[in-house]
Design a protein around this ligand. Structure first.
Ligand SMILES: CCC(=O)SCCNC(=O)CCNC(=O)[C@H](O)C(C)(C)COP(=O)(O)OP(=O)(O)OC[C@H]1O[C@@H](n2cnc3c(N)ncnc32)[C@H](O)[C@@H]1OP(=O)(O)O
Length: 315
């Protein structure tokens, strides 16, 4: 009886807003750090991890630097940095470490030995060609790459050499792509009788629009740095300096490019990424409420108070 009366009574305004807050905060939490698939989708992360570990080779190396910029290296040069099963598991673990990196501001994803990544290891693909395992691998990689894109860090894919198949999909799980001249991003899936399954098609549409995405996937087009910049897939082209003594490596160039956007304290840079992420992923109303909430984490914070005290001018 009491319960019914409570349910019928109009909720005070502040309670209504707390309830709304709860629902959109949960939505953001699900969308900003959570995975796409969980047990409610019949997905067991541990089960597929065990299967993937049966395909060894290569590694994913993470270097966290004092600058707040980490370098994540796809490392399997004998197979042009193709993803073995163990590397897929390794990537998920490194993404977890990045999610928990309090002082982090940015991350560069690169391939070892001057090439990016040739997709999934075809030996593992052949051995896992039953459709159930293929689906589970696809869900696992969608989860990991979605979490990579949703990191509270500004991310850049440094593309040297080839980014093929799943490697092309990986580039779209970063906020930005920088391409070396001579490098290629190619969604070769059609030639393999496939479509992207690691979330690459959905992200590609967001990046270049559905018409360009249809051309790139339907034609398995080789996207070089010029085309990449033209259609908005690439955000910059790395310089080639023929004077080897003066030349900066691709990684050095990517670090200095990224550092334009990561200057300042980590909580502020993380907040910048989070407001953009909510604008990208949530409905306008939810994004606005989330923005207010994130604003509240920096308003009156150390960086804000210091800027106010120094009466900074923005000339
Ligand atoms: C998610 C869906 C997917 O990702 S499906 C996979 C899509 N990727 C591919 O089909 C890439 C196939 N590979 C290629 O086109 C060429 O190997 C590329 C990357 C262009 C490099 O050519 P090239 O410079 O001539 O080197 P290569 O062919 O001799 O390769 C060197 C060794 O690397 C290997 N490799 C290459 N890619 C993979 C791969 N995805 N899986 C497993 N192994 C791969 C090659 O087999 C070759 O090995 P080996 O020296 O012959 O033992």
């Amino acid at each position: 009886m009491t319960c019914r009366m409570v349910l019928r009574a109009p909720r005070p305004r502040f309670l209504r807003s707390i309830c709304c807050f709860g629902s959109w905060a949960r939505q953001l939490q699900r969308q900003s750090s959570g995975s796409v698939y969980s047990s409610i989708h019949g997905f067991s992360q541990e089960e597929i991890k065990e299967k993937l570990q049966a395909f060894p080779g290569g590694s994913i190396d993470l270097l966290k630097q004092d600058s707040g910029i980490a370098v994540l290296t796809i490392n399997n040069p004998p197979r042009m940095n193709a993803f073995s099963g163990a590397m897929m598991v390794d990537l998920e673990e490194k993404v977890t470490q990045l999610e928990n990196w309090t002082d982090g501001k940015g991350v560069i994803v690169q391939g070892a030995a001057q090439t990016f990544c040739s997709g999934s290891d075809l030996n593992a693909v052949r051995a896992m060609s039953n459709s159930q395992d293929g689906m589970k691998m696809c869900m696992f990689m969608q989860n990991t790459l979605t979490r990579l894109l949703r990191l509270p860090l500004i991310s850049v894919a440094l593309v040297e050499g080839n980014a093929l198949g799943g490697g092309a999909e990986l580039t779209t799980a970063c906020d930005f792509r920088l391409m070396a001249s001579g490098s290629v991003i190619q969604f070769v899936h059609k030639h393999m009788g496939l479509v992207p399954g690691w979330g690459g098609a959905a992200r590609l549409v967001t990046l270049v629009g559905s018409r360009n995405a249809l051309k790139l996937l339907g034609g398995a087009v080789k996207v070089d740095s010029d085309l990449g910049v033209h259609i908005g897939l690439a955000d910059g082209v790395l310089k080639v300096d023929l004077d080897a003594a003066r030349a900066e490596t691709g990684l050095q160039q990517a670090e200095s490019w990224l550092s334009q956007y990561t200057k300042g304290p980590a909580p502020v840079i993380k907040a910048v990424k989070k407001v953009v992420l909510s604008g990208r992923e949530l409905s306008l109303s939810d994004a606005l409420r989330t923005e207010k909430d994130i604003f509240g984490t920096v308003w009156g914070g150390p960086a804000n108070l210091q800027a106010l005290a120094s009466k900074s001018k923005h000339k």
